[in-house]
Design a protein around this ligand. Structure first.
Ligand code: GLU
Length: 390
């Protein structure tokens, strides 16, 4: 289901779960510090979308930019350690200003600091996803940044454009908005080429689109147009539309809603379909859960798989791995991301969810595979007979 489009372009108010990424140069002035009025105006726009029923997640840069002013680090390029120290100082201030601005609209903010492993390792991915889902259920707005202080050079995002897109797929968002110091994608860098033409809509990211993206980044932020295109690939593959919009003026989201120029990247699917296709087709299953007929029927009716329905556990898998779910006749019923390590799954198989704590000594999730993490065979997504896909 796509949000209603007017004149061929999607409408920001038509999306259900929106990531809003704010670049450092929008939020922080190198000389005067935090742009308070700008942030307050953005918080008003965000509150409007939130009041309209959308779930909102903010990915905010600015920790390093804010921290370096406190520490008096004036040189243009910081060493990694300096940037990490600046982030440690700046992140406190950043979280506080977001919490205060949103509180003026009676919205609760929640700070989430992620590292690359939190989004890329399956076990941690499930944890972060569950936390985000719980916050959104309670109508809080997660304010997310990379945990720059501990992220090491080799394995860090370094730019919040791609982080925002990954968080988008992790949270099953249907729209990712990158607020930038430019209003969108041009056929060439507009500062250098007067003939550069603006591109309002990108139905698919082709080699030609990638070639338009040059490499330039602005002084305070890391991500140039290249990383924005990389982000667009991640977002659209995850079933979300992505939008690059100019954030330099006050009320940038209101401006988009009122028709300001911006670039939309469209996705061929929805977050649910994209996630299920990913589960069904791209992971190497690490084990098998054989389930009884009642559990097969419940799953086909859209329910989660509970430990009580599991008759047999095979394989050595870890929480977050993909497993095949088979019926008693051995036929593949589904694939899904399992919520327990094999060693624990064996122990809780056939048991009621309320017994989990007594059996394992900790209170885990009541589902062994949550319905959001299940892709049923026959959805046209699994490939029966193929058991070990790369
Ligand atoms: N995480 C960095 C910060 O908060 C910003 C990364 C980026 O500019 O994309 O300062």
């Amino acid at each position: 289901m796509k949000p209603a489009a007017s004149g061929g372009l999607p409408k920001l108010t038509g999306f259900k779960r929106i990531i809003i990424k704010v670049g450092s140069s929008l939020l922080v002035d190198r000389k005067t510090g935090l742009k308070t009025a700008w942030l307050e105006a953005l918080a008003t726009d965000i509150a409007g979308l939130h009041a309209g029923g959308a779930d909102i997640l903010v990915v905010s840069s600015g920790a390093i930019a804010m921290g370096r002013t406190y520490l008096g680090l004036k040189k243009p390029a910081l060493e990694l350690e300096e940037a990490q120290a600046a982030a440690a100082v700046g992140q406190i201030a950043l979280a506080r200003v977001w919490a205060e601005s949103l509180a003026k609209h009676s919205i609760t903010a929640a700070q989430i600091l992620l590292t690359y492993g939190d989004t890329e390792e399956r076990r941690r991915y499930l944890n972060a996803r569950a936390t985000l889902a719980t916050l959104l259920k309670h109508r809080a707005i997660p304010v997310i940044n990379e945990n720059d202080t501990v992220a090491t050079q080799e394995i860090r995002y370094g730019d919040n454009d791609r982080l925002a897109a990954r968080v988008g797929s992790m949270a099953s968002a249907d729209c990712v908005v990158l607020l930038s110091d430019i209003d969108g994608l041009y056929t060439a860098a507009p500062q250098k080429d007067p003939k550069a033409e603006f591109i309002p809509i990108v139905p698919r990211i082709t080699a030609k689109i990638e070639a338009m993206a040059g490499g330039a980044a602005s002084e305070l932020s890391r991500g140039g147009m290249m990383t924005k295109i990389e982000a667009a690939k991640i977002a659209t593959t995850g079933g979300a539309a992505m939008l690059i919009a100019n954030g330099t003026k006050e009320h940038p989201l209101k401006a988009v809603i009122e028709g300001a120029r911006c670039t939309w990247f469209l996705s061929p699917s929805t977050p649910v379909t994209a996630r299920k296709r990913w589960i069904a087709g791209t992971l190497e299953p690490r084990g098998t859960l054989q389930i009884d007929d009642g559990a097969v029927a419940a799953m086909r009716a859209g329910k989660s798989l509970l430990p009580a329905g599991v008759a047999r556990v095979e394989g050595s898998f870890a929480r977050g791995d993909c497993v095949i779910v088979r019926g008693l006749d051995g036929g593949e019923v589904a694939r899904g991301l399992v919520a327990y390590d094999a060693i624990d799954a064996v122990q809780i198989a056939g048991r009621a969810s309320r017994d989990i704590e007594a059996v394992l000594g900790y209170s885990g999730r009541k589902e062994i595979i949550h319905r959001d993490d299940l892709a049923l065979s026959g959805d046209g997504m699994t490939r029966p007979g193929v058991q070990n896909e790369a």
